[in-house]
Design a protein around this ligand. Structure first.
Ligand SMILES: NC(=O)c1ccc[n+]([C@@H]2O[C@H](COP(=O)([O-])OP(=O)(O)OC[C@H]3O[C@@H](n4cnc5c(N)ncnc54)[C@H](O)[C@@H]3O)[C@@H](O)[C@H]2O)c1
Length: 267
């Protein structure tokens, strides 16, 4: 016999009008001042959410959102930011753990302090924000966490040893959290973007010897022949975060132009 649910999940599928999926709900988006996070914040807001952007540098956050300065590698900073969101809105229903940093090189290239820094932001940062938000999520009728992992979690990419280790950890963390919190009514999922057209990739390209050739190589690596847009990733995050994904937990959605799963023949 399966163990009975301690906190029964809602048995009734909510009726939700398209465009109003997040009416009445409050969402936190980390790294929401730029790129994928900014697109997620706008997408959730457009569907009715009140959105808090937690970012190390929220100066570019849209004025539509409640911007809070927070460094996900600093537990005190995270706790005070989450408390500020709860004080402002009185509830937290959705957490999008999206803040992250890159790292380049093989396993031989990054010193220990760089390993510690990147894992601290990309992995422990998600644990810190989730931990601080859990008491509020437990009170929500539509609680959901969405983590931004990466194609680097599922495919071996050259020169990305540390970054890939961090995103593989995010994928494993997502599944473990989904198991731990299902019976509390909290769903946990992740998205795995391919190379996305964000300021991050803009910085990578501008530091390349030949930015146009580098961009063409990145585009060609994805079967659909172009970079992923931040809005495309945001759409997947919004689906996973929203009440209409009520039967989806512990899942990952690839938004990568087919890079992970397809093997095309040369034409
Ligand atoms: N762009 C891509 O190709 C791509 C592909 C797969 C996954 N991702 C992931 O998507 C996420 C967002 O990437 P992006 O391309 O939008 O990057 P971005 O650099 O445009 O935005 C990242 C945001 O996170 C914030 N941030 C960084 N460190 C932080 C910290 N310690 N505390 C709080 N905020 C912090 C930055 O200030 C920035 O606003 C990251 O987790 C990244 O690993 C990106």
């Amino acid at each position: 016999m399966p163990e009975p649910l301690r906190t029964p999940l809602p048995r009734v599928v909510p009726r939700v009008l398209p465009g109003h999926e997040f009416d009445g709900l409050v969402a936190i988006v980390t790294g929401g001042a730029s790129g994928i996070g900014a697109a997620v914040a706008d997408r959730l807001h457009a569907a009715g959410a009140r959105v808090a952007v937690l970012d190390r540098d929220p100066s570019h956050a849209s004025p539509e959102h409640f911007a809070v300065t927070a460094d996900v590698s600093d537990d005190a900073s995270v706790r005070s930011a989450v408390a500020a969101v709860a004080a402002r809105f009185g509830r937290i229903d959705v957490v999008v753990n999206n803040a992250g940093v890159g790292a380049q090189g093989t396993v031989a290239d990054n010193p220990d302090d760089e390993w510690a820094r990147v894992l601290d932001i990309n992995v422990i940062g998600m644990a810190r924000v989730s931990r601080a938000a859990l008491p509020f999520l437990r009170e929500s009728p539509a609680a959901s966490i969405v983590n931004t992992a990466s194609i680097a979690a599922t495919a071996g990419l050259p020169q990305r040893a540390l970054y890939s280790a961090s995103k593989g950890a995010v994928l494993a963390l997502t599944r473990a959290m989904a198991a731990d919190h299902l019976r509390e009514g909290i769903r946990v999922n992740c998205v795995n973007p391919g190379t996305a057209d964000t300021p991050w990739v803009g910085r990578l390209l501008s530091s390349a010897a030949d930015p146009a050739a580098e961009r063409a190589a990145l585009e060609a690596r994805q079967p659909h022949g172009r970079l992923v847009s931040a809005d495309e990733v945001a759409e997947a995050v919004a689906y996973l975060a929203g009440p209409l994904a009520g039967s989806t937990t512990g899942a990952s959605i690839a938004v990568d132009g087919g890079m992970q799963n397809l093997r095309l023949r040369a034409e």
